[in-house]
Design a protein around this ligand. Structure first.
Ligand code: SF4
Length: 308
């Protein structure tokens, strides 16, 4: 199934979106941090990326959700740095310590096309929020090379609605995190303001654009919303409120991956409430809450059955 962005490319709308996105870099408001630095002149805000994106690695990935990996894998591109500063980030060497190298838009386009050539089912943009303009520029070149598989926007969920509107008709699959329900916890653990409010507005906009996750006859996702929620110890993630928001304000058919793999790393050992893995009971409670709320498209449902 051809990606939506081909239509925008052919009617020249994609080119207009690139120009609008580039203009955001001059006084940067690409993400809700609104640092107002001039990235086109080499200035850097909280994400510490100026005019060119940085990449730590790219390749077929088989550790993602089943609807993304299919037989040939999800074509992941890991962008260096992040607009969040999570104390427990499990990829902190990439997101916080700057591991990676600068890439031109031509090189990024080549990476996208190379992943399609390896038969990946999609281009999975990991931590794309701070480099949306650079992604759009590369996409136009990649389309000219022959790119036609869907884009997956795999973000921490701290995205501005204005920037997401530039991706309307460009991104086919949104996969944001819903990390927290409490703004004070978000501030303490990820260094960001108003996470729940901004995150929920972003999820509403994503769902407005693409709807619930749709799979083809082989079970591969081609469009829609997929939510990730990492259960944290001591209910720091506010799981119940996240689940109720999805069930009541988005859709009971939302595809949700409730994740149990939290383990303390990076600076998490300095926070007593974060310094342990979650218990089996904590994970089971999260799954039960989802079922009680009517959310039954759970990526880990089978996993739970195997654990019980
Ligand atoms: S993208 Fe980076 S520089 Fe721009 S507002 Fe966000 S954190 Fe700041």
């Amino acid at each position: 199934m051809a990606a939506s962005y081909l239509k925008l490319y052919h009617n020249k709308e994609l080119h207009k979106r690139i120009q609008k996105a580039r203009s955001l870099l001059e006084n940067c408001s690409v993400c809700p941090r609104r640092c107002y630095v001039n990235r086109l002149r080499g200035e850097m805000g909280k994400c510490r990326i100026a005019d060119e994106a940085m990449i730590s690695s790219y390749g077929p990935h088989f550790g993602e959700e089943a609807p993304l990996i299919g037989r040939h894998g999800s074509g992941t591109i890991f962008f260096t740095n992040c607009n969040l500063q999570c104390l427990f980030c499990q990829n902190y060497n990439i997101s916080q310590l700057g591991e990676g190298e600068r890439v031109t838009k031509e090189r990024l386009a080549y990476m996208m096309f190379s992943l399609q050539s390896q038969e990946c089912h999609n281009i999975n943009l990991v931590s794309p929020t701070h480099v949306v303009p650079q992604i759009l520029e590369a996409l136009e070149i990649a389309i000219e090379l022959g790119l036609q598989i869907p884009l997956v926007y795999n973000s921490g969920g701290y995205d501005s609605v204005e920037t997401l509107k530039l991706l309307d008709g460009v991104v086919d699959i949104y996969m944001p995190d819903m990390k927290y329900s409490d703004e004070n916890i978000a501030k303490e653990l990820s260094g960001i303001e108003n996470y729940p409010e901004i995150n929920r507005a972003a999820v509403r906009e994503m769902h407005r654009q693409v709807g619930d996750l749709q799979l083809d006859k082989e079970g591969i996702a081609h469009q829609g919303l997929l939510i990730r929620h990492l259960v944290l110890p001591n209910n720091l993630a506010g799981t119940k409120d996240v689940i109720n928001f999805l069930a009541r304000e988005i859709s009971r058919y939302t595809y949700v991956n409730i994740m149990d793999q939290y383990h303390p790393c990076y600076e998490a050992f300095q926070i007593p409430n974060l310094a342990r893995r979650i218990s089996t009971r904590e994970f089971q409670e999260a799954i039960e809450l989802a079922h009680e709320a009517g959310l039954n498209r759970l990526d880990k449902a089978l996993h739970l059955i195997l654990r019980l």
